[in-house]
Design a protein. Structure first.
Lengths: 65, 397
């Protein structure tokens, strides 16, 4: 599982961070950091998928393994 | 026999419900009655990026629905009525569609006071068509009057100032964004808009429009002054689209009344999004939330509960609890609110320096119920989790 951030779009809302803080972190400069390796945990991965569909500006894309 | 599910409403709640239903109920036919001539699109950008021409229509479109599309029919008509038997909807074109289950996700529409209707150059902002119409009228560099100092009004004022237009904002109250932010930031928003060159008229009562050959020429206030305007944009709030449910037996009270599972008062009929007033277990009260992230999560949750009822898969059935979230972008400031501050009895302004901008925590009976921050997404989102976790602990106790 890999996440691609569209840097042109992402403006640091942090909706993703609210849903899956283990994977997403928006810093005080509104820059989104994404974890390199996402654990195999199915519950977490379900939340990561939810983060991606919940992005209000469609800045996130998911590439499944 | 194949089951048929009707999803009424073509915005985010309907979109996320249709996507979920297609995945969870593989043998049902889904009819998506959108009431929109456009594909589902992102609304938060309309007053911000789209208005500032930083993105275009194609950038707003939500992803297409996946799955066996032979089972999905998309109808751009809107719903005219719901049969009192609770088993079919009638569309605007007269077509009747029977269903085994219905999701009401018809959203809300912009409120437009009578005195502002029927005049050229005057627009609400709710839909993509509204946004396109406003954007097109910006080409002639009009003098703009914004009516209403709520979220839409303030975002439009900020976008139009960012484009270099002359903007006057008229608000009945003495403060901006009073309702969404509960007054926590004092004069912050007044200063923000004033510093960015918006002419603010606080406590201003709009009496009528000055009209020249059918087009707006100005806004007349109750104190006798007239503000010149070639473009008037109106942010006067919204109302849930429940008119088509009259006489259907579905209980409506400022929105469609739902339980914690998003089920309405009628069997097999659910609701989600701006139109739904549901019992939120996080707060133990009925609330109607008109924000983007809620519509997405609620549409998905309603779809899962519908799938549980239809397929008997009880593991899908879940109460829907949510800590509401919305944000605003004005002049490069990221303004965020999590939770439900209505009914709070105490506000605490954070001066610890932990957050880079102003930060407020709202309490009720000693419990954290909401938080708002400016340019502080990390701490605001941390507080969102805290509110949710404390609510869960409270329910378990």
């Amino acid at each position: 599982m890999k996440i691609i951030v569209d840097r042109q779009r992402c403006d640091g809302n942090g909706v993703c961070m609210g849903i899956a803080p283990e994977v997403f972190d928006v810093d005080d400069d509104l820059y989104l950091h994404v974890a390199e390796n996402i654990p195999e945990d199915p519950e977490l991965r379900a939340r990561v998928r939810q983060s991606i569909t919940s992005c209000p500006i469609l800045a996130l894309k998911l590439v499944e393994d | 026999m194949t089951h048929r599910i009707v999803v009424a409403g073509g915005s985010l709640a309907g979109h996320s419900a249709v996507a979920e239903l297609m995945a969870l109920v593989p043998d049902a036919d889904v009819v998506w009655v959108t009431g929109e001539r456009h594909r589902a699109y992102s609304k938060p950008a309309l007053s911000k990026e789209f208005m500032q021409a930083r993105n275009e229509i194609a950038d707003l479109m939500l992803p297409g629905i996946e799955g066996d599309l032979g089972r999905l029919r998309i109808v751009s008509e809107s719903c005219a009525s719901l049969d009192p038997s609770g088993q079919s909807v009638v569309l605007g074109n007269g077509e009747r569609i029977g269903f085994d289950q219905l999701l009401v996700a018809t959203g809300a529409r912009a409120r437009m006071p009578d005195i502002l209707q029927g005049v050229g150059g005057v627009f609400p902002l709710r839909t993509l068509d509204d946004a396109v119409a406003i954007r097109e009228s910006l080409a002639g560099k009009p003098k703009v009057v914004v009516i209403g100092g709520g979220l839409i009004g303030c975002e439009l004022a900020a976008s139009m100032r960012t484009l270099g237009l002359e903007v006057t904002l008229v608000e009945q109250l003495q403060s901006l964004l009073e309702r969404p932010f509960g007054g926590a930031f004092g004069t912050y928003f007044l200063d923000l808009h004033r510093d960015n060159g918006v002419e603010l008229i606080m406590g201003g009562m709009v009496e009528r429009l000055a009209v020249d050959n059918g087009w707006v020429a100005g806004v007349k206030l109750a104190d006798g002054t007239t503000i010149d305007a070639q473009l008037v944009v109106v942010g006067a709030g919204s109302e849930p689209c429940t008119h088509w449910l009259e006489g259907s037996g579905v209980a409506v009270d400022n929105g469609v009344v739902c339980d914690t599972y998003l089920a309405t008062s009628r069997p097999a009929i659910f609701a989600a999004g701006d139109v739904a007033r549901w019992m939120n277990p996080v707060y133990g009260i009925q609330m109607r939330v008109e924000h983007w992230t809620n519509a997405s999560a609620q549409g998905r949750a309603a779809a899962r509960n519908m799938a549980a009822a239809l397929t008997g898969r009880q593991e899908l059935r879940k109460a829907f609890g949510d800590v509401p979230y919305f944000w605003s972008d004005q002049y490069g400031q990221k303004i965020q609110m999590v939770g439900w501050h209505q009914g709070h009895d105490h506000v605490e302004l954070d001066r610890s320096g932990e957050a880079p901008g102003p930060l407020a925590r709202f309490y009720r009976d000693g419990r954290l119920v909401a938080a708002a921050g400016i340019n502080a997404p990390r701490i605001v989102m941390k507080l969102r989790r805290q509110i949710e976790e404390e609510a869960r602990a409270l329910q378990a106790a």
